[in-house]
Design a protein around this ligand. Sequence first.
Ligand SMILES: *Cc1c(COP(=O)(O)O)cnc(C)c1O
Length: 367
Amino acid sequence: MSPYWSPLVHQLAPYVPGEQPKLAQLVKLNTNENPYPPSPRVREAIEAELGADAARLRLYPDPTASALREGIARLHGLAADQVFVGNGSDEVLAHAFMALLNHRDAAGAPRPLLFPDITYSFYPTYCRLYGITPQTVPLDAQLRIDVDALIAAARACDAGGVIFPNPNAPTGCGIARAAVERLLAALPDRVVVVDEAYVDFGADSAIPLIAAHPNLLVVHTLSKSRSLAGLRVGFALGQAGLIEALVRVKDSFNSYPLDRLALVGAQAALEDAAWFEQTRNAVIAARTQLSADLAALGFEVLPSQANFVFARHPAHRGAALQQALRERAVIVRHFSRPERIADHLRITVGTPAECAALVEALRQILG
Ligand SMILES: *Cc1c(COP(=O)(O)O)cnc(C)c1O
């Protein structure tokens, strides 16, 4: 704390990312990074952009990222003005909160933003930053997103918008496209943001709904299924009117969120369909094996459509298991709040060898 701070800074509740330990030799299954490297074309593209003397780095990158946006549009059967790119999907989400989810009613009272009670913990952080009132809607008894409860709550509190991940984080459970469509159709006057950070690992994407639903914004990242968490590239897809709002915020904040290396590296990754298929299929196969191995050890494992599993052991506290794993050089994520998930561990799907090391450590811990 310092007397120099702007008043808002005192109100912030910053997001706490999973640990990035300095020690090598750890089995790192705590931040949902992809265990496989990105397409080799990423390195080639970045080296070509750098050239022998990196002279191009003298020049600002394309502020509109037009080549990358056109590539993303082609991939998804959209037009370039239906694509927004940002420095990681977290930045894209931040702009969406400011541009599309911060509303007031006719009397000037804030309209709340709805999201599930157990979800990506950056959402309440952005609410604090932008002065948005959050309102949470409980997951159902199986820890799944309850679309009917979201619709009812949105009407009851005159919500200014709705946001949720599909599949949800940290549970890994997805909802069907038909359920998303029902929500969009029920709430045509509000923006619905579907954060599809993990969708490539087996969930239904809402992208085919964009054409018929002007209130839908779909957010993707290259951090998970494209193995590029370190390059920081995310994007949003929606009708041009929503995208224009994001561009207006971005151009009031930072004209060049993606640097030259990120622009070409992202494009190369998106073009390598074969690498994408091969690595995501490996992750999906490892997830099936890991889920079965955990169940055999007595864990209750939620059905995952993501690159992580969410599991609890009925006889062990989550915090104790996390600590015991750490002592065996295996790092997983544990959330002590809310209470309902305090005994769950969120375990990133690693390589088969990493998953086997985790399972072996758990076998020792459980005795
Ligand atoms: C990982 C993640 C993101 C953010 O990813 P970036 O690395 O910022 O692109 C967004 N939403 C959810 C639900 C995530 O898990």
